[in-house]
Design a protein around this ligand. Structure first.
Ligand code: FAD
Ligand code: NAG
Ligand code: NAG
Ligand code: NAG
Ligand code: NAG
Ligand code: NAG
Length: 577
């Protein structure tokens, strides 16, 4: 048997790409004139989105809450060998019987963009004073693993719980409900309150004419149904055959449409999507991989910044260079799995023999800005009625547990933690005072953390009244702001967000292994920006490695494991591109 020496630099995954079928597209459209109808719908939709964006709330928030009731729609989200893609890759390599695996991690912890910030020394502190800087929620469909796109993540949690049961019961991962949306969450736009000077709740806003909220026109009534109608045929094709459905999507549209549709698909209103988070922090997910890495005698080195990959002279191996606490080290491996975000890789020295398409993907792939600001309060005033706390009155006057508020104030989206349920109601708590994407996130970037706390607090006071200032606990150790675009372990954005044509023209090349270097991570799977994307990509690279080393029997065995029953990252649509 081939003895492999592997290294996993970074992990996560995403999907992929298409063929050059411009001419086929023409024929295809002619053949299926009904699709032309959808193109027409999209053109109209684009105009409507433009109007609506200017008006209201997050358009998706509006759209989904109209159709399905409480949901939170964020831009998007996503794990393993030290990020989740790395850790998961390590798990699978263990299952495949691969012995010699080294994991190099820049930070002094595992998890990457799964990162819980604990405000207390004890992560098990019952008060749950923590905030999720990165991933915070996982979608599922109750009782229907076959329909749950993210089922692999839950199956991995089950696998780890089983693995750790005997020797490391403290590593158990417990999932709890994540309250996605809340009719008592607030809408505050154009400085408008209701006629009785009350803050408007999301529930109330559904019953009022939007012009009363200070918008110049009313929202087209048919917006939601229109959007739904336009996307429905694609959802249907994705349901029937994901790979074929994806091809259909890609053939027709550029302009980042695929990313938009995939995001909408995850939040598909036709499914009864529920949400979960991990009790005591998402960080428990990457941490639960540690016993496995230890028992397998895999090498996990912290504080190692990779900066160079080169082919050995015989061309048969890869030499990896890194700085271990600043000290230069290197070693030779048979295979390298790079799971690091491409913004980091951009600054590495990589073999000049890598293809043009690969290098172009590293240069150009778009990432989305995202930022979060957490404020800590002596009391969770938002969970109580404002009548009780003396805060601003609302159209419901009840407290807000879970869900979000939406506003055109700079904080944009306030997320009320779901994990305080069952705790004494007058206890302290951490509020995600601001979750922003794109330009909204960049607007906070130049400010110091302390300045960002003050800016966010100002808006929370506008939404909830002076009670917020009174209960706030100032200080850098009690509050936390993180702008992912400036994070050196990510570089240039929180997660991949494919721009126009990128999925079609860059994804295949980005996924492809070249010169014994394999590429995984959230950005290399169609479920980009989710933990699922990282896991999916981990499976794909293990498949590549096993098959390329004539160990297809091991791959087949692996594939038939219960763990991979619902793996949905086998995107033949991109094979060979
Ligand atoms: C703000 C935010 C919110 C999110 N919300 C959700 C959510 O709710 N649900 C969900 O499922 N997903 C969510 N995601 C996405 C999810 O967190 C990611 O898709 C997933 O964690 C990515 O895993 P990865 O292994 O690909 O990358 P990472 O986790 O980033 O792992 C990459 C690893 O590489 C390391 N590294 C970087 N540079 C080097 C170097 N030079 N040398 C060595 N190591 C290096 C990093 O330290 C890191 O450990 C969110 C992400 C963000 C940023
Ligand atoms: C939402 O508003 C409707 C109509 O006014 C009301 O019947 C319902 O009780 C409200 N729901 C909540 C959760 O406030
Ligand atoms: C909303 O109010 C505006 C201005 O008062 C009016 O022109 C419009 O017809 C109203 N829309 C609905 C749906 O009632
Ligand atoms: C969602 O749940 C409702 C109520 O349980 C049910 O009627 C409906 O069929 C479900 N939808 C799907 C797509 O399963
Ligand atoms: C790891 O190393 C220990 C000590 O050398 C050994 O007893 C154990 O069998 C090894 N585990 C594996 C999975 O190889
Ligand atoms: C919460 O309320 C209880 C009962 O009124 C009181 O004993 C306790 O000190 C309060 N805790 C805080 C943190 O205010």
């Amino acid at each position: 048997m081939l003895k492999l020496r592997l290294i996993i630099i970074i992990a996560l995954v995403l999907p992929i790409i298409a063929q050059k079928i411009k001419t086929q597209v023409g024929q295809w459209w002619q053949k299926r004139s009904e699709q032309l109808e959808h193109l027409r719908l999209f053109k109209i939709l684009e105009k409507k989105i433009f109007i609506i964006k200017d008006y209201v709330f997050d358009i998706l928030d509006l759209f989904y809450s109209e159709i399905t009731g409480p949901r939170i729609v964020s831009a998007t989200t996503n794990p393993p060998i030290s990020g989740l893609a790395r850790l998961f890759t390590a798990l699978l390599l263990k299952e495949a019987g691969i012995k010699d695996v080294t994991i190099l991690e820049y930070q002094d912890r595992v998890g990457g963009r799964v990162h819980t910030h604990y405000f207390t020394d004890d992560p098990n502190d019952e008060r749950r004073l923590y905030g999720e800087l990165g991933a915070m929620r996982l979608p599922y469909i109750d009782g229907r693993p076959d329909l749950s796109v993210h089922q692999l993540v839950f199956d991995t949690i089950d696998y780890l719980n089983e693995y750790n049961k005997e020797d490391d019961p403290d590593k158990e991962i417990k999932t709890i409900p994540f309250i996605f949306s809340n009719p008592n969450g607030l809408y505050y736009f154009n400085n408008k309150k209701d006629p009785y000077d009350k803050m408007i709740t999301k529930n109330y806003s559904k019953t009022v004419n939007i012009t009363k909220l200070g918008y110049p026109d009313s929202i087209p009534d048919d917006y939601a149904s229109f959007y739904n109608e336009a996307l429905a045929p694609f959802f249907k094709e994705l349901d029937i055959d994901f790979t074929k459905g994806l091809k259909a999507l890609k053939r027709q549209f550029d302009y980042g449409f695929v990313d938009l549709a995939m995001e909408a698909y995850t939040f598909d209103p036709n499914f009864n999507t529920s949400w979960k988070t991990i009790d005591k922090g998402m960080q428990r997910l990457p941490n639960a991989f540690l016993p496995l890495i230890k028992k397998e005698n895999y090498t996990l080195k912290y504080n190692c910044e990779v900066y160079k990959l080169e082919k050995t002279e015989d061309g048969q191996n890869v030499r990896v260079h890194w700085k271990n606490n600043g000290k230069k080290e290197s070693d030779i491996f048979d295979r390298v799995v790079v799971t690091t975000p491409l913004g980091c890789v951009r600054h590495w020295d990589i073999p000049s023999t890598l293809s043009y398409q690969k290098q172009r993907a590293i240069r150009e792939l778009s990432y989305l800005n995202a930022g979060k600001i957490f404020l800590q309060f002596k009391n969770r005033f938002w969970e109580k009625s404002p009548l009780e706390t003396g805060g601003l009155q609302t159209t419901s006057n009840v407290g807000i547990v879970g869900g979000t508020s939406s506003t055109d104030l700079p904080v944009r989206t306030v997320v009320y933690p779901s994990y305080y349920q069952g705790l004494p109601t007058n206890g302290s708590g951490v509020l995600l005072a601001s979750y922003t994407w794109n330009d909204d996130a960049a607007r906070y970037a130049p400010y110091t953390e302390e300045e960002r706390f003050e800016l966010a607090l100002k808006d929370i006071v506008t939404l909830h009244g002076e009670i917020a200032r009174k209960e706030w606990i100032p200080g850098k150790e009690n509050n936390k702001a993180h702008y992912w675009t400036n994070d050196k372990t990510v570089v240039g954005g929180a997660y991949a967000k494919y721009g126009a044509g990128q999925l079609e023209f860059l994804m295949g090349a980005m996924m492809r292994s070249e010169d014994y270097i394999h590429w995984a991570g959230e950005h290399t799977d169609i479920h980009n920006a989710w933990i699922l994307g990282a896991f999916n990509s981990g499976v794909r690279v293990v498949k590549e490695i096993l098959q390329e080393n004539l160990m297809n029997d091991k791959w087949l065995k692996l594939k038939n494991m219960r763990l991979l029953k619902y793996w949905n990252g086998n995107l033949d649509a991109y094979a060979g591109y």
